[in-house]
Design a protein around this ligand. Structure first.
Ligand code: TXA
Ligand code: MG
Length: 320
């Protein structure tokens, strides 16, 4: 018999009573509720101020339970699940008839993943139902990668923040859908395209314009700080446009020396894209709370996780 920690016992009790719990995952913290509780799911949408047309991701404890959630699994989806679950990949597949419409926003597909965090995996194993969990942030704002971020956003609105420390990957899962059994990336994320292609060969990326509002994670402005943010390949040049303002800077690996900069965060001194991704949202939260006039962010190299980081930075900016 395994010993269940007090925190997990509390989470089980709250979730079984139609309440919400913020859960740690390796990507970002999620705002979780029982997928079969209409009350819980409605309160997820209300707490986040998320429009009902934006479907939720279903979190399951292992690939073995996938058939309870979906009615059909293409061969390439099966290969991906074997390769990457538990992990930072969400599959969008034909939904099982028992999945409530409110989860999928009326669509006949459902997004599903097995997250890779020991606390949440343990919780999912103990619960008799899967968890719907969007990122635990108000709609459109920066996703939380630490318990403090969730507490700052929602304070008393949710029953519990299950503390699993900082998220190791730090950006959301990569979402992959299927059209005529062929994979298409709906959202870039914590699993690099190169890793996916090593398993199933070339994959297409869905054109942004075709997507919204079905997958609002792909909306042009999303994951955004409230401080006006600019994205550039050349920080020194961008700095000149903002002289006299309180300027914060977010760089990939090399510090910029300039007396006009009030605050500067380096994502990875050793130039490691995985490390940079894991620090990205925390850096954006930090800069956003320093009473700055502008944040100037530097683009990362455009390969591997750099593509996903640049995607999020692009959506954080005003003038794109
Ligand atoms: O890493 C993650 O995926 C985190 C953690 C908590 O698991 N969750 C997350 O959820 O990022 P959320 O709700 O913030 O983003 C889910 C995205 C949305 O953009 C939504 O539109 C898309 O998944 N989505 C959900 N169901 C879909 C479907 N049936 N078809 C297309 N997109 C779907
Ligand atoms: Mg989100």
């Amino acid at each position: 018999m395994s010993i269940i920690s007090k925190d997990i016992q509390k989470a089980i009790a709250l979730l079984s009573a139609d309440k919400l719990v913020a859960i740690p995952t390796e990507t970002v913290y999620g705002l979780a509720g029982n997928i079969y509780s209409e009350k819980a799911i409605k309160s997820i949408f209300e707490t986040k101020k998320r429009p009902f047309f934006n479907p939720l991701i279903v979190h399951i404890p292992s690939t073995d339970t996938l058939d309870d959630i979906v009615s059909y699994v293409p061969e390439k989806a099966r290969l991906l699940a074997e390769a990457f679950w538990p992990g930072s990949m969400t599959l969008v597949l034909e939904k099982h008839a028992t999945i409530p419409d409110i989860i999928t926003a009326g669509k006949d597909t459902v997004a599903v993943r097995v997250p890779k965090h020991p606390l949440t995996l343990e919780l999912l194993k103990q619960l008799p139902f899967p968890l719907a969990a969007p990122s635990a942030n108000p709609f459109g704002s920066i996703s939380p990668t630490k318990p403090e971020h969730v507490e700052r956003y929602f304070k008393d609105a949710i029953g519990q923040v299950l503390d699993g420390g900082p998220c190791s990957n730090g950006i959301e899962s990569t979402i992959i859908g299927f059209e005529n059994d062929e994979p298409i990336i709906y959202r870039l994320g914590a699993l690099a395209i190169e890793d996916i292609e090593a398993v199933i060969g070339k994959v297409a990326i869905k054109n942004k314009k075709e997507i919204s509002p079905d997958a609002p994670g792909m909306l042009e402005r999303h994951y955004a700080p409230s401080t006006k943010t600019f994205l550039t390949n050349n920080i020194s040049q961008e700095l000149k446009k903002h002289l006299g303002k309180r300027i914060g800077v977010l760089v990939f690996k090399s510090a910029i020396k300039d007396s006009n900069i009030i605050s500067q965060i380096i994502l990875s001194k050793k130039g490691d894209l995985q490390e940079a991704a894991s620090h990205l949202y925390n850096a954006m939260h930090d800069l956003d709370h320093q009473n700055l006039d502008v944040i100037i962010a530097e683009k990362c190299p455009d390969f591997g996780l750099g593509k996903s980081i640049n995607d999020r930075l692009q959506r954080a900016t005003f003038s794109s």
